[in-house]
Ligand binder design. Structure first.
Ligand SMILES: NC(=O)c1ccc[n+]([C@@H]2O[C@H](COP(=O)([O-])OP(=O)(O)OC[C@H]3O[C@@H](n4cnc5c(N)ncnc54)[C@H](OP(=O)(O)O)[C@@H]3O)[C@@H](O)[C@H]2O)c1
Ligand SMILES: [Zn+2]
Ligand SMILES: [Zn+2]
Length: 367
């Protein structure tokens, strides 16, 4: 099959500019390239931050980074996936791979200090732009592309490549287990996976949300209890309760002194949230006296993603993922901005979903 030179995707030309479906140049192949036809792409909080230029000035146009797909073509050095496989890619799609890199040489490619490439809003080493998954096709490096386990549908799998691993990896790294009591702050796309993973790891899980309308769905998701964070007095009765708090969302008036008393001795506050504002300062006295470990976590390494996929294949994951046809991406973004997701929107290419279901039923070759 000859390699395509263009693809079609939803692009954003600037904050508040209408998204447009356009034909664009696909990056040139190299020995490690995988081509995929996108079936599903999640709509992540990071997409909104990026489109709205909340962090730094982004490289417009942009489009999506939680991709599940069917593999349509592989280049000569690709061994981990083959044509016809269901495959996915998340936020990261490249790193330096140098032997002298302290991150890449130790399986921590997500922390590579030399060269990080992302699925969109990034430039490949050959100078071509990286575009994302609100699109019909994507091409990228097989070292950041993963085969989806049979038990996971593409609809569920697309989200695990970003929101999934961003919450799974730190919970696993910080040894969440049946003795843990985990607070998950912020019940959006990441928070809802945080609850699912922490429960599957055996922990007791409390949802901490500023939106009391989420009370019932938090319990439906499997949380053991719900804590409204709007009023600090709701929190005091949880003093000394938590071994871990996974922070996926906070309000700008967050105060350390409200939260540090909630930890058991040597508890861990794991931040994965990336708001436009900074955390407040923490006084040395509070840090010393509370002995809380405050840390962050960035997506996940390829090893952590493979580990998560194996874990997910053994777990019955029941996320809530409302879907939109890919052609309605601008409406999905507007609805996300209006706070409507419960909890993650998935954009679906309905033509490919149809092909995929026939393929799975043994009726049709996907290619
Ligand atoms: N570290 C990583 O590797 C990584 C990976 C992907 C995304 N992220 C970042 O993680 C964050 C969450 O992403 P997401 O996709 O889960 O976003 P999301 O679906 O919008 O969820 C974020 C949640 O945070 C809470 N929140 C947001 N703004 C708030 C405010 N002003 N006051 C109080 N609570 C607020 C809300 O939860 P409640 O209503 O329940 O309070 C909201 O549902 C984003 O900043 C994203 O960029 C990080
Ligand atoms: Zn994401
Ligand atoms: Zn590196």
């Amino acid at each position: 099959m000859s390699a395509p030179t263009t693809f079609h995707g939803w692009v954003c030309h600037g904050k508040d500019a209408p998204m447009k479906w356009e034909e664009m140049k696909i990056r040139a192949e190299d020995d490690y390239c995988v081509d995929m036809d996108v079936t599903d792409c999640g709509l992540c909080g990071t997409d909104i931050h990026t489109m709205d230029a909340n962090w730094v000035s982004p490289r417009y146009p942009l489009c999506g980074h939680e991709i599940a797909s069917i593999c349509t073509r592989v280049d000569s050095k690709v061994q981990n996936v083959k044509v016809g496989d269901r495959i996915g890619v998340g936020t990261q799609s490249g790193s330096c791979h140098r032997a002298e890199c302290p991150a890449c040489s130790t399986g921590n490619e997500n922390l590579c200090p030399i060269q990080l490439f992302f699925t969109y809003n990034s430039v490949w080493p050959n100078g071509d732009e990286a575009y994302g998954g609100y699109a019909d096709k994507w091409r990228g490096d097989c070292r950041f592309v993963f085969k989806i386990p049979d038990i996971l549908s593409n609809e569920i799998a697309c989200i695990v490549f970003c929101a999934g691993v961003a919450t799974y990896a730190p919970l696993k790294r910080h040894n969440v287990n049946a003795d843990s009591v985990v607070g998950v702050m912020g019940l959006g796309g990441l928070g809802h996976y945080g609850i699912l993973w922490a429960k599957a790891m055996g922990a007791k899980v409390f949802t901490m949300s500023h939106n009391d309308r989420k009370h019932d769905v938090a319990l439906e998701l499997g949380a053991d209890d719900y804590i409204g964070t709007n009023a600090a007095e709701h929190l005091t009765k949880y003093t000394g309760k938590f071994s871990h708090i996974l922070c996926t969302g906070i309000s700008p008036d967050f105060k350390w002194k409200t939260y540090t008393p909630l930890f058991k001795p040597n508890g861990v506050f794991i931040n994965v949230n990336l708001p436009e504002w900074n955390f407040p300062e923490i006084s040395p006295m509070l840090l010393v006296a509370s002995q809380v470990n405050i840390c962050g976590s960035a997506i996940g390494s390829p090893i952590e993603i493979e580990d998560m996929l194996q874990f997910a294949a053994k777990t019955v994951l029941k996320p809530y993922l409302p879907t939109y046809p890919m052609k309605e991406a601008p409406q999905a973004v507007a609805d996300f901005n209006a706070g409507k997701p419960r909890f993650r929107f998935v954009l679906k290419d309905l033509l490919f979903v149809c092909v995929l279901s026939k393929y799975k039923a043994g009726g049709l070759s996907p290619i």
